[in-house]
Write a protein that binds this ligand. Structure first.
Ligand code: PRP
Ligand code: GLN
Ligand code: MG
Length: 503
C-alpha cells in the first residue's frame, strides 16, 4: 500500500473545481481506467490527484500534490490492486492548499474502510466537525470533505449502507458530487439540488461514475445518464450494473449554470445538455439580444470559442436589428484573431493581479492583419475581474482596430460562489459595484453587453429557480450566513445523532 502525500508548491491559475471518478469492473484492475478518467478531468483540478482501490481484502491508496501525470507512475499504478476504486483531482475551495486536504480521503473503522472524493462545498462543515470532534473524532485536515467521510463512517457503525448515506445527506448542506468506496462497493451521491455534475457510464466490462461524460468517452464507454439530484447510485460487484436509491427529493434543482458557460469541457454532456451546443446557443442569443454590426467577430480563446461561433452564425442570418439578411449582405466575418499559447492555462484565479495581467499577455497574441483598420467584436464567456477584457481591448487597439465591441455570453458576475468554484471576493469582482457603462469605460471598449439571466435559463432549458445563479443575482439556493436566498432553504436544526433516516 502506498500513500505518497508529499508537498509541492501551489499550482495557480489553471482550474476551478474538482473532478471525481469511480469504477467497478469485472476482474480487471481499476487503477488504469481511473487514471485515464482523471486525466480527462484534469481541467477540473490541478493541485492534487489521488486514487483509492480495493482488492476485496484491503484498500490501497496513492494521493499526492500535482497533476495526474506527475502524481502517478507505472509503479504507483501497479500496486493499486483491485477491480474497484475511486479517484479525485482537486482545486481547493475549503481547507488548506496542501497534502492534508488532498483526496480521496481514506478512513478505516471497525466495519471496514472508506474512501471519499468530493466536488463541491459544504456550508455547515464547521458545525458538523465540532460535533464529531466532541465525540472523539480526530481530524487530520481543516477541509469540508473529511467531515463527510467521518460522518458517514460513524453512521455506518449503526446503519446499513443506504440508511447511513441518507443520514449523512440529512446532515450535510451545500453542494456535493461524491464518489465513495466502502470496501469494494462503489457509490455515487449527488446533492439534492444537483449543483455539481455527476454521471453514470457503462464500460465494456463494468460501470463508472464521473463528474463529466468526457471521462466516460475517454474509456470508450457509453453515457447511461446523470446521477439524479438526491440520488445514491451503488455500482454492483464485478461491474454487473448498478442500483439506484432516491434518498432525498426537493421541489427544485440548483444546477450551476457556470458549468455550462465556462467550467466544463465543451465535449461533455451535463444534465442532458451538450456543453458545446449550450455555448453555441448562448452565443446565438447574445447576437439576438445585443448584436452589433462589425467587420469581424473573434472569440477570446479558449472558452469564448463556441459562443463566438454561435454568435457569428446568428449574425450571418439576421441583421443586428433582427431583419433577415439580403443575399448581397455578407454579414460579419468570423476570424480567429487571437492566438492562444497552449502552454498557458486558465488565468482568472491567479493569485496576484500582476501575475494575472502577465499571464493574459503571455496567453493571447493578436494576428494584426485580421484586426488593423477594422471594427472588431470580441466574444468571451465571462468577465470576472476584468483583467482579460481590459488587456485585450488595449491590445486590439494597439493593433490598429478602429473600434472594439465586447460581448459576453453570461450575465454580470456580481457576487462570490460558495459552491465549489473559486471566484473572487465581491471587492475583486468588477461588476459588483460598477454599472455596465462604467465597466465599458474601465475596459475602454466602444460598447459592452452581457447576456441576460433569462436567456441563460431559456437556453439551458431550466426555470431560473432550477439553476444556481448566486454569482449573477446575489441570491443563493442555500442558506449562507450573510447572503440572500432565492428559495425556502430552512435547514433542520443540528440535533446531534437524534436525526434519523426514516426508511
Ligand atoms: O475578467 P477576468 O478576471 O479576466 O476573468 C474572465 C476570463 O477568465 C476566463 O478565462 P481563463 O483564462 O481562465 O480560461 P479559458 O482559457 O478557458 O478561457 C474566462 O473565460 C474569461 O476569459
Ligand atoms: N473544488 C472542489 O470541488 C473542492 C472540494 C472540497 N471543498 C475541497 O476544497 O477539497
Ligand atoms: Mg477565457
Amino acid at each position: 500500500m502506498t500513500d505518497g502525500r508529499g508537498e509541492t508548491p501551489r499550482r495557480t491559475g489553471m482550474t476551478e473545481k474538482c473532478g471525481v471518478v469511480g469504477v467497478s469492473l469485472d476482474g480487471r484492475d481499476a487503477a488504469r481506467p481511473l487514471y485515464y478518467g482523471l486525466y480527462a478531468l484534469q481541467h477540473r483540478g490541478q493541485e492534487s490527484a489521488g486514487i483509492v482501490t480495493h482488492d476485496g481484502f484491503q484498500q490501497h491508496s496513492h494521493v499526492d500534490m500535482g497533476l495526474v501525470g506527475e502524481v502517478f507512475d507505472e509503479d504507483d499504478l501497479d500496486v493499486l490492486n483491485g477491480a474497484t476504486g475511486i479517484g479525485h483531482v482537486r482545486y481547493p475551495t475549503a481547507g488548506s492548499v496542501d497534502s492534508s486536504c488532498a483526496q480521496p480521503f481514506s478512513v478505516s473503522f471497525k466495519s471496514g474502510s472508506l474512501g471519499l472524493s468530493h466536488n463541491g462545498n459544504l456550508v455547515n462543515a464547521d458545525e458538523i466537525r465540532d460535533e464529531l470532534a466532541a465525540v472523539g473524532h480526530a481530524f487530520t485536515s481543516d477541509g469540508d470533505t473529511e467531515v463527510i467521510a467521518h460522518d458517514l463512517a460513524r453512521n455506518l457503525l449503526e446503519e446499513d449502507l443506504v440508511r447511513a448515506v441518507k443520514r449523512t445527506m440529512g446532515r450535510i448542506h451545500g453542494s456535493y458530487a461524491l464518489a465513495i468506496s466502502h470496501d469494494d462497493t462503489i457509490l455515487g451521491v449527488r446533492d439534492p439540488q444537483g449543483n455539481r455534475p455527476l454521471c453514470i457510464g457503462e464500460l465494456e466490462d463494468g460501470y463508472m461514475l464521473a463528474s463529466e461524460s468526457a471521462a466516460i468517452d475517454t474509456l470508450d464507454g457509453d453515457l447511461v445518464r446523470d446521477v439524479r439530484p438526491g440520488e445514491l447510485v451503488v455500482l454492483r460487484e464485478d461491474g454487473d450494473g448498478f442500483d439506484s436509491y432516491q434518498l432525498v427529493e426537493e421541489d427544485n434543482t440548483a444546477h450551476c449554470f457556470f458549468e455550462h458557460v465556462y467550467f466544463a469541457r465543451p465535449d461533455s454532456v451535463i444534465d442532458e445538455t451538450l456543453v458545446y451546443e449550450a455555448r453555441r446557443n448562448l452565443g446565438r442569443k447574445l447576437w439576438e439580444e445585443s448584436g452589433v454590426e462589425s467587420d469581424v467577430v473573434m472569440p477570446v480563446p479558449d472558452s469564448g470559442r463556441a459562443f463566438a461561433s454561435g454568435y457569428a452564425d446568428a449574425a450571418s442570418e439576421t441583421t443586428a436589428d433582427g431583419d433577415l439578411r439580403e443575399e448581397s449582405d455578407n454579414g460579419v466575418e468570423f476570424a480567429e484573431g487571437l492566438m492562444k499559447n497552449r502552454y498557458v492555462g486558465r488565468t482568472f484565479i491567479m493569485p496576484t493581479q500582476g501575475e494575472r495581467e502577465r499571464a493574459v499577455r503571455l496567453k493571447l497574441n493578436p494576428i494584426k492583419s485580421t484586426i488593423e483598420g477594422k471594427t472588431v467584436t470580441v466574444i468571451d464567456d465571462s468577465i470576472v475581474r476584468g483583467t482579460t477584457s481590459t488587456q485585450l481591448v488595449q491590445l486590439l487597439k494597439d493593433c490598429g482596430a478602429e473600434k472594439v465591441h465586447v460581448r459576453i455570453g453570461a450575465p454580470e458576475i456580481v457576487a462570490p460562489c460558495y459552491m465549489g468554484i473559486n471566484m473572487a471576493t465581491r471587492e475583486e469582482l468588477i461588476a459588483s459595484d460598477k454599472s455596465t457603462t462604467e465597466i465599458r469605460d474601465t475596459i475602454n471598449a466602444d460598447s459592452l453587453a452581457y447576456l441576460s439571466t433569462d436567456a441563460v435559463a431559456e437556453v439551458l432549458g431550466n426555470d431560473r429557480i432550477d439553476l444556481c445563479l448566486g454569482c449573477v443575482t446575489g441570491e443563493y439556493p442555500y442558506d449562507i450566513d450573510g447572503e440572500a436566498t432565492d428559495r425556502d432553504v430552512t435547514r433542520p436544526e443540528l440535533e446531534g445523532r437524534t436525526m434519523h433516516a426514516d426508511d
